[in-house]
Design a protein around this ligand. Structure first.
Ligand code: HEC
Ligand code: HEC
Length: 331
């Protein structure tokens, strides 16, 4: 009895599998009518595997063949065996054909490598698409949204992508992405939009002082650019008392100072560095930045004096000692 069961079960399972794969490609004409990249004599199951790989690579739904309609002409109201898989009407199918040929070529070139890290490793649609149809990285998508529809559409887009893809390979949702977008937006002149984008980062990274610090920085930069350095330093001063201690650290003005310095606004930079040093005299970096900025803008003696004064207070600070020695040798 039991033996019979063992004999029957596997073949039943086989039948179910065959039925399932036949159902997936039930629309297939035999033989295919319009293959330009895949071999004409490709088996039904091999064609099936390629098409399933297309779905997986692009993150398209497999259920009821719905994802096939991203490339193929058909209608969910009609059974999929009536769909016109041979048609090249959709641009996405025509693009996918170029992709198929490209992937074949990439893999054949990889086979020419002297040795392989992982011999069987193949590039697939997933390698670039990682489960999304549009392979652009997140910052590119967000900047395109910003240019097309402003800050509201950028925020909407980010939320939608995060809702759908968070935790998948598809997009980089790490901390620095929104601040870099906010920065690009600020460079285009809109600090208000930069603040809005940075506030979204605060929302998705709650309780992270660094996220709050980015927003405060943009508010300071806005004041500096619209009302002058003094006004911006006033905002900074206020933030020192209103924001938690770990939000307003020495790195805030340090970054702003170097931003001005690199943009050839040396006197503004010196004002900022000097305020930072006055606020955080016992942190090394504000000393170093003030000294270096003096040195680089030609005030060599004053620059060295900053390091000397630091070393009087911290005689064991090797890094400062080396820096001062280099300055002395180059004076
Ligand atoms: C990302 C686009 C894309 C998706 C998704 C896709 N296909 Fe295709 N399919 C193609 C391309 C491109 C070809 C033509 C390949 C060639 O020219 O060699 C093709 C060819 C076919 C053919 C052969 C048609 C013929 O007669 O020439 C069948 C059948 C087919 N696909 C079925 C499916 C099914 C079923 C699905 C869903 C499970 C699917 N495809 C999903 C792009 C896609
Ligand atoms: C080497 C990276 C790479 C690989 C591998 C790759 N793609 Fe693409 N794919 C791209 C790029 C880049 C674009 C955007 C092309 C453009 O400018 O329109 C794209 C666009 C597409 C589009 C158009 C999407 C749209 O909305 O218009 C389809 C469809 C597509 N790929 C399917 C595939 C399929 C199917 C495979 C696997 C057979 C594949 N791709 C493999 C990089 C790749």
């Amino acid at each position: 009895m039991n033996e019979l069961k063992h004999l029957v079960a596997p073949s039943l399972l086989g039948l179910i599998l065959i039925a399932a794969s036949a159902a997936t490609l039930s629309g297939q004409q035999d033989p295919p009518q319009n293959l330009q990249v895949l071999p004409q004599d490709i088996s039904r199951s091999a064609l099936n595997r390629v098409m399933i790989e297309n779905l997986r690579g692009l993150g398209l739904p497999r259920r009821q063949n719905e994802g096939c309609l991203f490339c193929h002409v058909g209608d969910m109201e009609q059974p999929s065996d009536s769909w016109d898989f041979a048609s090249d009407e959709k641009l996405t199918k025509r693009k996918a054909r170029v992709m198929l040929a490209m992937v074949q070529e990439i893999n054949s070139r990889l086979e020419g490598l002297e040795s392989r890290v992982a011999p069987g490793l193949k590039v697939t649609c997933y390698t670039c698409h990682a489960g999304r149809t549009d392979p652009r990285p997140l910052p590119d998508i967000l900047m395109a949204s910003y240019e097309a529809g402003g800050v509201d559409s950028t925020i909407t887009r980010y939320r939608a992508l995060r809702r759908r893809y968070f935790g998948a390979d598809a997009y980089d949702f790490r901390f620095t992405v929104l601040p870099s977008i906010a920065n690009a937006v600020a460079q285009r002149g809109s600090f208000e939009d930069a603040v809005t984008i940075s506030e979204l980062n605060e929302e998705v990274f709650p309780n992270q002082p660094a996220a709050r610090a980015v927003t405060v920085s943009f508010v300071i930069r806005q004041a500096m650019s619209e009302e002058g350095i003094e006004a911006g330093l006033g905002v900074f001063e206020e933030a020192l008392t209103t924001e938690p201690e770990d939000v307003v650290t020495w790195s805030m003005l340090d970054n702003l100072g170097w931003g001005y310095f690199r943009a050839d606004h040396q006197s503004e930079a010196m004002q900022i560095f000097s305020k930072n040093l006055e606020t955080f005299p016992d942190e090394y970096v504000p000393n170093e930045s003030f000294g270096d900025a003096l040195w680089f803008s030609g005030e060599q003696e004053q620059g060295m004096a900053v390091f000397e004064s630091w070393l009087e207070r911290h005689p064991d600070h090797a890094m400062a000692r080396r820096r001062l020695a280099t300055m002395r040798s180059r004076r």
